[in-house]
Design a protein around this ligand. Sequence first.
Ligand code: F6P
Length: 257
Amino acid sequence: SVMKEVSGLEELELQLRAILNIEEVIIVAGDSDENELVKKEMGRACASRMKKAFSTDNIIAITGGSTVAAVAEMLTPTVDERNIMFFPARGGLGENVQSQANTIVAKMAEKTMGQYKLLHVPDQVSDDVYSSLVEEPAIKETLEMIQQCSMVVHGIGDAITMAKRRKTDAETIQKISDGQAVGEAFGYYFDADGNVVHKVRTIGLQLENLENVPCIIAVAGGASKAKAIAAVVKQRQGRKTILVTDEGAANELVRLK
Ligand code: F6P
């Protein structure tokens, strides 16, 4: 589009695709660290990219966070007949109510006139509770959907920021910082090379499951998330990931290259 050419964002998208070695990058103007409205624009761009990828039947796993919540706000009903089912990718990652995947799936279903399933899992579970939980019919049903998942939409966060936001215990924070984790997604903490440093033990989508998902969209922006984005995307090299980000993160990623 003309606007994009004028702002040079298309050029930046090409550069970022090469740096991150991923299939598609969508960049919105501005830096969400500095301006809340930019997060809304990322939400809009992500929502429209999701709609473009919809087929007749859609089973969509999403994670929580404020950015994915912004995506929900921007979704609209589909024009043609679509079956759309939203569910949380993983349960109990420790977010407040507005940012929980459970809350966001309900919102997405409402906005698209689709359906949703919840995943009720406490944040910290013992081994015993964990093994009986996965046998619960409602949870089993959601876990089965993961196998048929057609799309994943997830946020990315700075590792230490996320560990603190989740009120992670001191010992685990130490492990995360000793392991030099820089990025977090799905409850997995990654170092700069994309190695898993720590993983929140919870039910739902595991990293391995991503391999079978045809469409993966990561949505994250702000210069402060540049290292996190690189770490999370790197571990998927060669795989199909669509990154929706902002100019702030993109410029920083180019600078760090
Ligand atoms: O906790 C869910 C989650 O998607 C994390 O995996 C991610 O790091 C974080 O939220 C992103 O949150 P925000 O968009 O608010 O920065």
